[in-house]
Design a protein. Structure first.
Lengths: 112, 116
């Protein structure tokens, strides 16, 4: 069953604004990852946050994790038109050799 | 190559035909996944190979779907008697499990399957 659920499903913002996407999940995890997908093809890993971490930064990306609420957020600051893509969270369940479980994604459109 | 390679990039087939999709993972990556993504949807887990362990086939939607991984490297996903609802992008990913904290998956560019 689907583990991660992102919201909103779609987000449209102006270039320069910040974009925030949220992800909720159901079971205990080793880590949570965010991926980006352009044009419905391969996913590219953006950032990973471990279950014992609360916040992580990478360039214009900021990820938070609240394990008590089983939720995470991805913030993209100073967005650019090139950030237009779908963003997925994926959870690595704390149950041995199990697959990453992806949410349905947030479609971000950044308007120049 | 340095990344995960999938072939073909695009495949159009007639309903009822069998198709084979190929995935070449990154060398040394012992774990390999197949996912399916229908238009505008999230990723649907299909099957997971990890080393010499029996594959996790829990995501395969029907017995028309099967996959194998030869020599712990190349994997082939086979769909028999294709149906129109099989049309989707099939994505392969590989990674190095067992590291617990830091397990990033690397994806291929996918095979877009269209059943007409």
């Amino acid at each position: 069953s689907q583990q991660g659920e992102e919201d909103p499903q779609a987000l449209s913002i102006q270039e320069g604004e910040n974009a925030t996407m949220n992800c909720s999940y159901k079971t205990s995890i080793n880590n949570l990852q965010w991926y980006r997908q352009n044009s419905g093809r391969g996913l590219v890993h953006l950032i990973l946050i471990r279950s014992n971490e609360r916040e992580k930064h990478s360039g214009r990306l900021r990820v938070t994790l609240d394990t008590s609420k089983k939720s995470s957020s991805l913030l993209i600051t100073a967005s650019r038109a090139a950030d237009t893509a779908s963003y997925f969270c994926a959870t690595d369940p704390y149950s041995g050799n199990t697959p990453l479980v992806f949410g349905k994604g947030t479609r971000l459109s950044v308007i120049a | 190559g340095a990344g995960v390679s999938q072939s073909p990039s695009n495949k159009v087939t007639e309903k009822g035909k069998d198709v084979e999709l190929r995935c070449d993972p990154i060398s040394g990556h012992t774990a390999l996944y197949w996912y399916r993504q229908s238009l505008g949807q999230g990723l649907e887990f299909l099957i997971y190979f990890q080393g010499n362990s029996a594959p996790d086939k829990s995501g395969l939607p029907s017995d028309r779907f099967s996959a194998e991984r030869t020599g712990g490297s190349v994997s082939t996903l086979t769909i028999q008697r294709t149906q129109q609802e099989d049309s989707a992008v099939y994505l392969c990913a590989s990674w190095v499990p067992g590291q617990g904290w830091n397990t990033e998956a690397f994806f291929g560019q996918g095979t877009r399957l269209t059943v007409v």
